[in-house]
Design a protein around this ligand. Structure first.
Ligand SMILES: [Zn+2]
Length: 238
């Protein structure tokens, strides 16, 4: 597995007027991985009858599929959806410390695999409750990140925390609020989390600068109005 490269940084003004170096969203990096991390041709047995499967191009199709040698059922493999939130409390963002592998002990936004029978928004809400025990009001879709190399699509919704009473579930060691300058950039678990968190932090800083420029209070209910959705064509890994 390739080592995670360090993302480039830029300097932004924080709400308190202090200049701060932050990492740029990784979509601005030139480097891109192409080698897949998922396991191609990994299906050995038919889900329907348990007989051996073999990879071949079914009639009328254009790529190899796992086809059962007995009942001829086709096991289609497609990208998995990861859904989560960027929960904001004024100028702070909620992060959870992972109590599970991979990336045990590192910080992440509440997110996880979407389940059958739920919408992306319902999944993001469920994961936020499960991992952080946070009470949120879900807002709009913020990032949509194609993580082609691992065969995943990551979707993060912005969310407004309704209070600061968290009750982390078994998958989290702790859940904590971070101001921009407190975010542990080098201890974030995944590239998509870094990219989403960096975009959110930069948007919050931009909002505060605009508010200061028009002489308004920097106390805003959340970072909601500043952030623009980011859509990234591809990032290397989760
Ligand atoms: Zn079969």
């Amino acid at each position: 597995m390739l080592a995670n490269p360090v993302s480039p940084t830029t300097t932004v003004a924080t709400p308190s007027g202090v200049s701060l170096k932050i990492r740029l969203p990784l979509r601005q990096r030139r480097h891109r991985y192409t080698e897949p991390m998922y396991s191609p041709r990994s299906i050995r047995h038919c889900k329907a009858c348990g007989a051996a499967s073999q990879y071949l191009v079914p009639e009328g199709d254009n790529r190899e599929r796992a086809v059962c040698s007995v009942c001829h059922a086709i096991d289609y493999e497609n990208p998995l959806n990861v859904v989560g939130t960027v929960p904001a409390w004024h100028d702070q963002v909620l992060l959870c410390r992972r109590n599970i592998e991979p990336r045990y002990g590192l910080w992440t936004l509440p997110a996880g695999f979407m389940e059958l029978g739920e919408t992306t928004a319902e999944g993001a809400l469920r994961e936020t409750v499960e991992e952080a025990g946070a009470h949120i009001e879900l807002q709009d879709l913020y990032t949509l990140l194609n993580v082609v190399r691992v065969g995943q699509l990551h979707l993060y919704y912005r969310a407004r925390l309704q209070n600061t009473d968290f009750a982390p579930g078994p998958e989290s060691i702790e859940a904590r609020l971070f101001r921009e300058e407190q975010i542990p950039w080098d201890e974030l678990a995944f590239r998509t989390v870094r990219e989403t968190t960096a975009g959110n932090a930069a948007a919050e800083a931009a909002l505060q600068r605009r508010l200061r420029a028009v002489g308004r209070s920097v106390q805003t209910p959340s970072n909601a109005s500043a952030a623009r959705p980011m859509v990234s064509p591809s990032v290397g890994c989760g």
